[in-house]
Ligand binder design. Structure first.
Ligand code: ADP
Ligand code: MG
Length: 142
């Protein structure tokens, strides 16, 4: 599906909507967010997190690669926000135990810049692409 959002709130809303649609599977529910810097990946995840009942604000992690939030929605217990922007090698993220995290069906895992760790992504991952159109417009493909 293709969406055009005209401000950051619309992008958050889209993320919030997706939160309700995440389904359980064999392993974790994995979302791979790709595309332009400033494209709205973190903004989208702010809405998604809200939809998952997370009160804390989702930020662009500057030094942190991975952050865990507790959730309690359907059978999901953890939301992991991962940002691969500053990742030097996929090994760095493997050291954080990402493989086990992705295998656990209790987890929802959202990965910004997931194109950098393609090999680790499960086939079932939902890929979301962000395109910067102009200052306030973004194209989002889910
Ligand atoms: P990314 O994580 O992809 O690098 P961010 O979500 O951190 O991007 O940043 C997007 C920036 O663009 C934010 O400052 C946000 O307020 C702004 N913005 C303006 N219009 C939009 C829009 N339609 N959707 C998402 N963000 C927007
Ligand atoms: Mg970001």
């Amino acid at each position: 599906m293709n969406y055009l959002t005209k401000n950051f709130k619309e992008t958050q809303k889209l993320g919030k909507k997706l939160a309700k649609k995440i389904k359980s599977g064999k392993g974790a529910a994995v979302l791979g967010l790709q595309g332009d810097l400033g494209g709205g990946k973190t903004t989208f995840l702010q809405g998604l997190a809200k939809g998952l009942g997370i009160k804390e604000k989702i930020l662009s992690p500057t030094f942190v690669i991975m952050k865990r939030f507790k959730i309690n929605i359907k059978h999901f217990k953890n939301f992991y926000h991962i940002d691969c922007y500053r990742l030097n090698s996929p090994k760095d993220i493997e050291e954080l135990g990402i493989k086990d995290i992705i295998l656990n069906p209790k987890n929802i895992v959202a990965i910004e810049w997931s194109e950098r760790i393609k090999k680790i992504l499960p086939k079932s991952a939902i890929i979301i692409k962000f395109v910067f159109i102009d200052k306030n417009k973004r194209e989002i493909v889910i």
